[in-house]
Design a protein around this ligand. Structure first.
Ligand code: SAH
Length: 374
């Protein structure tokens, strides 16, 4: 048994679990019991699936089948309630997943109401920020995850598993209709497209989180933006713009040399939006680099004719990042230019900066163990 490759049940869909159950000579309804145990009860071992006979559990174990729930290796609690989790996988790799209580209507709800200076928060909501890769291959100059390079893709099960493990840890039971998901953690989801999309389908079908409560953010992998538009089930789309012209964007995000603003904006314009849906453009404000009022005006031109909203993120600083955070005044001025042009623009509150959980600060390393303890 020890020599068998481990097969995780997390990540298998209904058809695949049904085939597995069939292979054991069990009746079909066992598949539903397993799906319920894995995705809704979030059991952490085969032995904990109490609806299955002891014999069946033994058979599963003997086939090298495990549940595959990621292990919470560490957790850090911020003064603002944000929790940063270090999630460990079977091969010893790990990623970070962030729990943000209070929700984030500006991100994943319908909250596109203009006029608000910061997004609203509701007390009974929460947002989970999920990683899609160990590290990241996209070399954005202001992001700490980039310093890791990419180690590997996460499997669909490891992506869904982060959600299950956090919900279990937070004691959230179904229906989790107040939970929003953002694929904005470590990694570039569109460079792990198949696994990411399978995870989305499992989250909708088995965990029970509506696609309208999910947002995926891409640095701008143009061909995958186009594929994504054709998906029958998909989260909302966010694009990390971060600059207002090609020269600036290529400097900050080298992938812009491959997929420049013309190609990116053309994919955005072709993107089939649903009723009332908008594309979110994220814009990290770097002091004196891309945050002038004139730059905001260029963003207005880029977004002309698009059903868009903008999330402004003042840089979250970090060691090894050579940029600084603009003052509040500059951020407000940038927002004002966008709003006056009729583009809804939200200023993102940094969440969990004190525990290094904010955008661009996720970096799986031992040195994180020295972050301020909860
Ligand atoms: N790879 C995806 C998702 C992860 S990054 C993407 O690039 O969109 C999520 C968001 O955090 C992106 O909009 C990114 O531009 C932003 N970000 C990265 N580093 C940051 C930092 N240091 N401060 C603030 N936002 C940052």
């Amino acid at each position: 048994m020890a020599n068998l490759p481990q097969i995780a049940m997390l990540g298998l869909d209904r058809g695949e679990i049904a085939a597995l159950v069939d292979g054991l000579g069990e009746s079909g309804y066992r598949a539903s019991q397993i799906l319920d145990a894995v995705y809704r009860q979030r059991v952490d071992s085969i032995d904990a699936i109490s609806t299955l006979s002891l014999q069946t559990r033994k058979q599963l174990r003997e086939k090298g089948i495990s549940v595959g729930l990621p292990a919470v290796e560490k957790q850090f609690l911020s003064v603002d309630g944000t929790v940063r989790y270090l999630m460990g996988f079977a091969d010893g790799q790990s990623v970070e997943t962030v729990w943000m209580p209070g929700g984030d209507d500006g991100e994943a709800g319908d909250g596109t109401e203009a006029g608000d200076f910061v997004e609203k928060r509701s007390p009974d909501r929460a947002t989970i920020c999920i990683s899609s890769q160990v590290g990241c291959a996209v070399d954005c100059q202001f992001c700490l995850t980039a310093l890791l390079g990419v180690k590997r893709n996460l499997s669909a099960g490891e992506i869904v598993g982060q959600v299950c493990a956090v919900l279990k840890n937070q004691g959230v039971s179904p229906p989790q209709d107040r939970i929003n998901l953002v694929f904005m953690g470590m990694g570039e989801p569109f460079l792990n497209y198949e696994n990411f999309m399978k995870a989305v389908r499992l989250l909708v079908a088995e965990v029970g989180i509506a696609e309208s409560r999910m947002t995926v953010s891409t640095a701008g992998i143009v061909p995958r933006i186009r594929d994504f538009g054709d998906e029958p089930v998909r989260p909302k789309l966010a694009i990390s713009l971060n600059a207002c012209n090609d020269e600036m964007r290529s400097k900050l995000m080298p992938l812009n040399r491959k997929w420049n603003l013309e190609r990116l904006m053309s994919a955005a314009r072709d993107f089939p939006l649903r009723n009332r849906e908008r594309i979110t453009f994220e814009y990290v404000l770097l002091n004196g680099v891309n945050d002038a009022a004139g730059n905001a005006q260029e963003v207005v031109e880029l977004l002309r004719g698009l059903r868009a909203k903008v999330n402004l993120i003042a840089l979250n600083p970090g060691p090894g990042i050579d940029y600084s955070t603009p003052d509040r005044e500059r951020v407000l001025e940038f927002q004002r230019v966008l709003m006056q042009a009729g583009i809804p623009a939200f200023i993102r509150r940094p969440r969990g900066r004190d525990i290094f959980a904010a955008c661009g600060q996720l970096k799986r390393t031992v040195e994180m163990a020295t972050a301020p303890a909860p």
